[in-house]
Design a protein around this ligand. Structure first.
Ligand SMILES: *Cc1c(COP(=O)(O)O)cnc(C)c1O
Length: 342
């Protein structure tokens, strides 16, 4: 292990605007793990991050909002799908930090019921005071240019946060998650050798890989692709972001672990719940009292359960599944979840 005191790690030098409740708990899923008969699944409860229903974007936003405030911004523009958890957490962060928030939301998921554009994360974003623009994907770029120009011309100082908060600064948030996992795995006697999570804009996965290398800790990180039709895109994006992290914050002494992605659980694509995902959501709810979502965390859960069932994770005593949040979207998938029950 690399000998390093906490204060020398690169992310400690950056202004962090506190938004969350840390550390989030690390809890075992005893019942579900016993049913599966493989390693014990431990859930890192980033769904309990404490910011407006929680989720993995809270960690990234502490750095991004810290930077926005340091730069003297008065407003934030960010992007996502209509039911973006990131856009909702950004709206909450902005509300707390006194920044105006503009959500540019693209209609990137087909065949959704009307509630998709009014309920769940859209409703929460509205309550949190964001200006919301729901657009066809091809209109996002020109709309954003016009919005930026309009804000700047009227004397405002907008700060742009990319989709998912996934630039190098945002990804640092997941290096801090490694810090928590290192401490918790020792205290709770968890074998930290395999972390699984839903992966889309690459920040979570890149931040985890970078943080683990900074600690010199070897641990498999398996990103479950929930977004990209071509898995090579996700892999390339994580690799690029890991390089950006090193360029911005230094190269760790230990090598960075391999970028591992699994594409087998995407189903019909982003925002379309698979049958396995739906039954995984029911399993966790019925034997653990724990809620996952159909777009992200439910697919990561179903991947974890399936990989255990087929024996691919047998060399690990414990599996850490990061619960990245996403519960508001559950409420706009009621039709398929209820249909499945019949
Ligand atoms: C954004 C998001 C993810 C994916 O995280 P990335 O850093 O974008 O890869 C996973 N789960 C939920 C619930 C999310 O909102």
């Amino acid at each position: 292990m690399v000998d390093m005191t906490l204060n020398t790690l690169p992310w400690h030098k950056h202004p962090r605007y506190t938004l969350g409740h840390w550390p989030t708990p690390l809890e075992p899923l005893r019942n579900l793990s016993a049913e599966l008969g493989g390693p014990t699944i431990w859930v890192k409860r980033d769904d309990c991050s404490g910011l407006a229903v929680g989720g993995n974007k809270t960690r990234k936003l502490e750095y991004l909002v810290g930077d926005a405030l340091q730069q003297g911004a008065d407003s934030v523009i960010t992007f996502g799908a209509v039911q973006s958890n990131h856009a909702r957490q950004t709206a909450a962060a902005c509300a707390k930090a006194g920044l105006a928030c503009y959500q540019v939301l693209s209609q990137s998921v087909a065949d959704r019921p009307p509630a998709y554009e009014t309920n769940g994360n859209v409703l929460l974003g509205n309550l949190l005071g964001a200006q919301q623009y729901i657009l066809a994907p091809q209109d996002v770029r020109s709309f954003t240019q016009a919005l930026l120009t309009q804000l700047r011309d009227s004397g405002h100082r907008p700060y742009v946060i990319p989709a998912g908060g996934s630039n190098a600064l945002g990804a640092l948030g997941y290096a801090t998650c490694v810090e928590e996992l290192m401490t918790q795995s020792v205290a709770q006697e968890v074998d930290l050798s395999c972390v699984i999570h839903a992966s889309s804009s690459a920040g979570t996965q890149a931040g985890l890989l970078y943080g683990l290398a900074q600690y010199g800790h070897h641990c498999k990180v398996l990103g479950i692709n929930v977004y990209h039709d071509n898995p090579a895109t996700l892999k390339a994006n994580v690799t690029t972001l890991v390089n950006d992290l090193q360029q911005s914050f230094g190269t760790p002494e230990a090598p960075i672990g391999p970028v591992e992605v699994n594409h087998a659980y995407l189903g019909d694509g982003y925002g379309h719940a698979t049958a396995d995902c739906q039954s995984a959501i029911r399993s966790a709810a019925s034997v653990e009292g724990l809620i996952f979502d159909p777009v992200y965390s439910g697919k990561a859960l179903s991947a974890t359960m399936d990989q255990i069932a087929i024996g691919n994770l047998n060399e690990h005593r414990d599996i850490v599944l990061i619960h990245t949040g996403g519960s508001p979207a559950l409420y706009v998938y009621d039709q398929e979840l209820l249909a499945k029950a019949q």
